[in-house]
Design a protein around this ligand. Structure first.
Ligand code: SF4
Ligand code: SF4
Length: 264
């Protein structure tokens, strides 16, 4: 049996999901046959891995950055809404001051101060977005990927309020007319749902690197933090790295190398 999204929302009583009444019944969600984390990969593939990205900003030119963003957004049918208010972003840039508030200082060199820093979901070890999602549309896999099941998203935007990194976007409008060239191999979202970077989990489950990593010419390195011989572990042990807003305890999986000298 299937019902459309509007009927479903009425039947499930979205208002109750907003904490104004009783609980949503799981039976109601089963009607939609939502995807589960296990649908994306087998449980044994997830154990023993802890995915992370290391971004060396000094290796990226503006052209590289544009290409990296385009590779992600083109692949995932991310629309260009044409104005910052409705912007949908999976990976984007911001200034050092905004990306690392509290770590800036008056004497920061001009290059770093003005550099556009690549920013994306941090796939936090302790993700507040997962904790607040009333329908489990946002989930964390054992390998550290924080993914989303769009079928389950009811658009309450609790996750957007909870994410301290602005890594989530809400579709106020139907995104389809704003997609430059639709990739038929990747699902599109509908009006009323939240979306964000999923660490290209469908690619990594096939043994491929995330698209941004592939496009970055070595500036973004992807790997397994649980493996002491992995490229990410080697980079982190031989360079000075920082993560966004460490004081919040979310434990981001995205590390930045900020022009640190490699130690011998
Ligand atoms: S960066 Fe935001 S959206 Fe991504 S896992 Fe952390 S809290 Fe969730
Ligand atoms: S990991 Fe994949 S989804 Fe995330 S920013 Fe990179 S290309 Fe986009």
């Amino acid at each position: 049996m299937s019902i459309n999204r509007r009927d479903f929302l009425k039947k499930a009583g979205v208002i109750t999901a907003l904490g104004l009444g009783g609980a949503i019944t799981l039976d109601a969600f089963e009607v939609l046959e939502p995807l589960k984390a296990a649908d994306f990969t087998s449980p044994e593939d997830l154990t023993g891995k802890r995915w992370a990205l290391v971004i060396d900003m000094s290796k990226l030119t503006q052209t590289d950055i544009d290409e990296v963003i385009a590779s992600c957004h083109d692949l995932h049918n991310v629309p260009d809404m044409g104005n910052p208010k409705d912007e949908i972003k999976w990976i984007w840039t911001d200034t050092y001051e905004h990306v690392f508030p509290g770590i800036e200082n008056h004497y920061l060199d001009e290059t770093t101060e003005k550099m556009p820093f690549l920013t994306l979901c941090n796939h936090c070890d302790k993700p507040p977005c997962v904790r607040v999602c009333p329908t489990k549309a946002t989930f964390r896999r054992e390998d550290g990927v924080v993914g989303m099941d769009m079928h389950r998203c009811i658009g309450c935007r609790f996750c957007m309020a909870a994410c301290p990194y602005g890594a989530r976007s809400f579709n106020y409008w139907d995104p389809t007319p704003h997609i430059k060239e639709i990739n038929p191999d990747y699902p599109r979202r509908s009006k009323g749902v939240v979306e964000k970077c999923n660490l290209c989990m469908d690619r990594i489950d096939q043994g491929l690197e995330p698209a941004c990593v592939e496009k970055s010419k070595g500036a973004i390195v992807f790997g397994n933090l649980s493996d002491p011989d992995s490229a990410v572990r080697k980079l982190l042990s031989s360079n000075f790295s920082i993560r966004r807003k460490p004081e919040l305890g979310t434990q981001p999986s995205v590390y930045y190398l900020i022009g640190g000298e490699e130690r011998a």
